[in-house]
Each structure stands twice: as C-alpha cells, then as structure tokens.
Write a protein that binds this ligand. Structure first.
Ligand SMILES: [Zn+2]
Length: 132
C-alpha cells in the first residue's frame, strides 16, 4: 500500500511537529484508490490531551472536519500525529487507535523523520510514502 501526498503538505506537518513539544495530530482527507491512499487535504485537529506522548483529537473538531471534507467528496484516508521524542513508529495506544480507524497512520518525529502504517489482520504493515 502507498500514501501519496504533496511535498508541501508533508512538509507542513513536519514543520508544525518540529516546533511542538506536544503531539500534534489531524486528518488526511482524500480518496482511496485500491492500494493507494491519495491525500488531497491536511487538516490539523487540536490534541485535547496536550501531551508529549499521546494524542486524542478533539471530538467536535473531528466531526466538523469530516463534515466539511465529505461536502467536498473527500474521505478520511489517513490520520497523522507526531512523536516529539520517540521514533515515528506506532505506540501501543496507536495500535488500538489503528483498530478503530483502519486508514493509513502517518507518524512524524521531531527531526523530520516519518513513517506510515496500516493495521491489516491485526498486524502492522508499513505503507510507503510517496511525496509528489
Ligand atoms: Zn503515536
């Protein structure tokens, strides 16, 4: 599987992550075409936990963002968040979130590294990120 995202969009996430000691998070909206998640829009959502080690998206903002995206014919193709002090790999809590949201999970660290993952049949698979 692969995640296609515009370079500027990926950069915008990395830049915000680099400037924040707390985890930042949000949605990747776009379209899913077979094995490809195509990102059209990046939407930051407030991390209501204000934590450097975990995140929970503000529920009201989530609903608003999804509604607006659906009006544009876009769906949730991914969820992104940052790991300010840890490598960009899913934590135990992330795995539980991945069960609830079976989309691509893009994780960036505080140094510009990133990785994307999907949970398939209970196993983590790496998704290749194609910055276009
Ligand atoms: Zn995480």
């Amino acid at each position: 599987m692969q995640l296609m995202i515009r370079q500027e969009a990926l950069k915008s996430i990395i830049q915000v992550a680099e400037k924040n000691d707390l985890e930042v998070c949000g949605f990747l909206f776009g379209r899913r075409e077979e094995e490809t998640f195509k990102v059209e829009e990046v939407r930051f959502i407030t991390n209501r936990l204000n934590s450097p080690t975990e995140f929970e998206m503000d529920p009201l903002e989530m609903v608003e963002a999804i509604d607006e995206a659906e009006e544009k014919g876009l769906e949730v193709v991914g969820i992104f968040h940052s790991h300010p002090k840890c490598p960009p790999r899913p934590s135990g809590k992330d795995l539980r979130g991945m069960e609830l949201w079976p989309v691509a999970w893009l994780i960036v660290d505080g140094k510009g590294n990133y990785g994307a993952y999907v949970l398939k049949d209970g196993r983590v698979e790496e998704v290749s990120v194609k910055a276009v």
